[in-house]
Write a protein that binds this ligand. Structure first.
Ligand code: URP
Ligand code: ZN
Ligand code: ZN
Ligand code: ZN
Length: 500
């Protein structure tokens, strides 16, 4: 009997972010034991041998942005940690990162524990948690330290939108980023100007526009671009590395690219949806179809946006592709049937991200297989300090691996996907690039279209602070680029007398 714990992947092309090589991969007890030519030399008793000839053997995907079973806008996202992570595995993603989001005034540690309580028993793949900072106090400051030191949280997110619930002001954002720098975390930001959105929404509703097109009309590109620029300025003023989530517009992507060229430590995250579809759907005559595309920041009506974002991603102007998977069924979306501001915001992607990026990125000729691995896995592992445990196939790495058929195709559909939501924004899209095997924690969990995994198979993965990949430049600058006072003789002349 071949053991479930010993697997030899034979004859495939092993693709990491920096090079590809034909090699076997031997896995035992959840880790990669060896990568090389002709491993085991036929001594394969008790080992499951998988033939990967003409296939690519790549690190499993890491999706840095999901919201499973998220209580949000009067509802709760329908893909929970079980359905969501199972769907992730079916698509070739072996780790997700979700967000613990406290209410204003609530303890960050309490929110973190709540999310752990939801996720731990249900997850089918490994996961981590970012924590949001939705208010500021000495307690929040203290808890950020505890979470980084004791719970493996090295990323804190602020929202510049969602006025009245999660939105913080510039000073709160400055305090958060200052503290991130002290504890060795990376700041994350939802960059949209929440004041302009709330005023814009009133204006659009007053025009009698209540449908999903109002969602985009009240928050056009510059609302995202202004906030992106502001957050970069604030983070950079305290030398805090910054990760801009869900970059949806050409102007916001350009601001990030320019900041990177100026040497600022900032990373941009486009989404599968933003790379493959656009905001013209908000004008669809079918209300439900339009509502299922509602997310913030919105998909942009400019149809050249997806291609532009993909080129930025290929060139490392943007750093990695995630999903912001936050799904609501049609009857949940219908909470906003008479008022677009009440449509629960979010869409799918966790299952289809890998195929969508392969189709639009690699199959189109915009990026190569190594950049594909970088943007779907390795960059996430580096930025969030999991590398090379995750994001690489090498001796000692976790055995989170996909065997990928680069020429097979599949047609995406809500009728066949594994997610709970009843709509798919990629409906009908034909994608080259199909995962034929997914291996998570050293076990084959998906094979030939069939999932074989149980709730709780995945584990919470803590992340140490001060990731070299983001902090090395910052340490060096702290050492050599501190401003120094000019040495001069004290002024001894007359000083005007102030009138009291
Ligand atoms: O519309 C979105 N993006 N929903 C999820 C919450 C967020 O802002 O990321
Ligand atoms: Zn957001
Ligand atoms: Zn449409
Ligand atoms: Zn999100």
């Amino acid at each position: 009997m071949a053991s479930q714990d010993k697997i030899l992947i034979k004859g495939g092309k092993v693709v990491n972010d920096d090079f590809s090589v034909y090699a076997d991969v031997y896995i035992e007890d959840g880790v990669v034991k060896e990568v090389g030519a002709n491993l085991l030399r036929g001594r394969t008793e008790g080992v499951r041998v998988i033939d990967a000839a003409s296939k690519l053997v790549m690190p499993g995907g890491i999706d840095t942005h999901t919201h499973f079973q998220f209580p949000f806008m009067g509802s709760q996202s329908i893909d929970d940690f079980y359905r969501g992570t199972k769907a992730a595995l079916a698509g070739g993603t072996t780790m997700i990162m979700d967000f613990a989001i406290p209410q204003k005034g609530q303890s960050l540690i309490e929110a973190y524990k709540t999310w752990r309580g939801w996720a731990d028993p249900k997850v089918c793949c490994d996961y981590a948690l970012h924590v949001a900072v939705t208010w500021w106090s000495d307690q929040v400051k203290e808890e950020m330290g505890v979470l980084t030191q004791k719970e493996g949280v090295n990323s804190f997110k602020v929202f510049m939108a969602y006025k009245g619930t999660y939105m913080v002001n510039d000073i709160e954002m400055l305090h958060t980023f200052t503290r991130c720098k002290e504890v060795g975390a990376i700041g994350m930001v939802h960059a949209e100007n929440g004041d302009l959105i709330s005023e814009g929404a009133k204006r659009i509703l007053a025009l009698g526009i209540t449908g999903p097109e109002g969602h985009e009309l009240c928050r056009p590109e510059e609302v995202e671009a202004e906030a992106t620029q502001r957050s970069i300025t604030i983070a950079n003023s305290v030398s805090c590395p910054l990760f801009v989530v869900h970059v949806m517009s050409k102007s916001s992507a350009t601001i990030i690219a320019n900041a990177r060229r100026e040497g600022k430590v900032v990373f941009g995250e486009p989404l599968a949806a933003g790379l493959a579809t656009d905001g013209t759907h908000y004008w669809n005559k079918d209300w439900a179809h339009a509502a299922h595309h509602v997310m913030g920041p919105p998909l942009r009506p400019d149809p050249s946006t997806p291609d532009f974002l993909m080129k930025m991603l290929a060139n490392d102007d943007l750093s990695l592709a995630a999903t912001d998977n936050c799904t609501f069924s049609t009857c949940q979306k219908a909470l906003g049937k008479d008022d677009f501001t009440k449509i629960p915001s979010g869409l799918n992607g966790v299952e289809d991200r890998m195929s969508v990026v392969w189709e639009k990125g690699v199959h189109s000729g915009t990026m190569d297989e190594n950049r594909f691995v970088a943007v779907t896995s390795t960059a996430a592992a580096k930025i969030f300090n999991l590398y090379p445990r995750k994001g690489r196939i090498a001796k000692g790495s976790d055995a989170d691996i996909i065997i990928w058929d680069p020429v097979a195709t599949r047609t995406i559909s809500a009728k066949t996907h594994h997610q709970a939501v009843n709509f798919n924004v990629f409906e009908g899209m034909v994608c080259h690039g199909v995962p034929v095997f997914t291996i998570s924690r050293g076990k084959v969990v998906y094979e030939g279209g069939v999932l074989n995994v149980e709730a709780g198979h995945g584990k919470y993965i803590g992340r140490p602070p001060f990731a070299d990949y983001v902090y090395k430049r910052i340490y060096q600058r702290d050492e050599v680029c501190q401003p120094v006072a000019v040495k001069r003789e004290p002024y001894k002349g007359e000083v005007v007398k102030m009138k009291t």
